[in-house]
Write a protein that binds this ligand. Structure first.
Ligand code: TMP
Length: 214
């Protein structure tokens, strides 16, 4: 039996993590078993790798090491949590997955999509999201939200948030390009509205898939 793999994506400050949580609780209320995970992180080993990746002190981390560490996290998550849950027929919701690597490392860092797909083949062993929701937000608004949150929580995992405006504009544009390239799998949702309105659009996109898989 094969479950359903859903991913939430978006630039900094888009509100995707909140939406991932809201979606998980709505699915659980509908009686579904849900595994919530996140990239980078997810597993205990992934969390240790996340600290290396996002610690603002690690400014010398080179783009290729960054790419490989993102996939080291993901390989662990696929093997330890995601594939077993899918094979039990559960719904898996991941807050970010390979589309993040395509936009951040492939596009914004300039490593290119080909290298990302190549490592994905090894790390993810054919696991591709059934549906991806990109919570869209304009770059300035998203960054302002993210930086405000980082200050409030005194977060040190800010190395990528601290990249310049042009980096984050590339991230935003690359998400739009991905959604245009793969319109069946990837849906853009306007994240500039209140949480409940965004959550309703997320639910409207997910419900047909969940109901057809019953
Ligand atoms: P988060 O804000 O969702 O916790 O994600 C942490 C940061 O990691 C965010 O700036 C996006 C970045 N990231 C990548 O650069 N590549 C990836 O493959 C993933 C999953 C995240």
């Amino acid at each position: 039996m094969r479950g359903i793999f859903l991913t939430l994506e978006g630039p900094e400050g888009s509100g995707k993590s909140t939406q991932a949580r809201l979606l998980a609780s709505r699915l659980r209320s509908a009686g579904r078993t849900v595994l919530e995970t996140a990239e980078p992180g997810g597993t205990p080993i992934g969390l240790q790798i996340r600290r290396v990746l996002l610690d603002s002190k690690n400014s010398e981390l080179c783009p290729t090491a960054e790419l490989l560490l993102m996939f080291a996290c993901r390989a662990q998550n696929v093997d330890q949590w995601i594939l077993p849950a899918l094979s039990r027929g559960e719904i898996v919701i991941s807050d970010r997955f390979t589309d993040s690597t395509l936009v951040y490392q492939g596009a914004a860092r300039g490593l290119g999509a080909e290298v990302v797909y190549e490592i994905d083949r090894i790390a993810c062993r054919g696991v591709v999201p059934d549906l991806t929701l990109v919570i869209d937000i304009d770059t300035e608004t998203g960054l302002e939200r993210a930086r405000k949150r980082n200050r409030a929580t005194q977060d040190v995992e800010t190395r990528l948030d601290e990249q310049g405006l042009s980096f984050h504009r590339k991230v935003h544009d690359a998400y739009h390009q991905l959604a245009a390239d793969e319109p069946r799998r990837i849906k853009l949702i306007d994240g500039a509205r209140d949480e409940a309105a965004v959550a309703q659009d997320v639910w409207d996109a997910v419900r047909p898939l969940v109901e057809s898989a019953r």
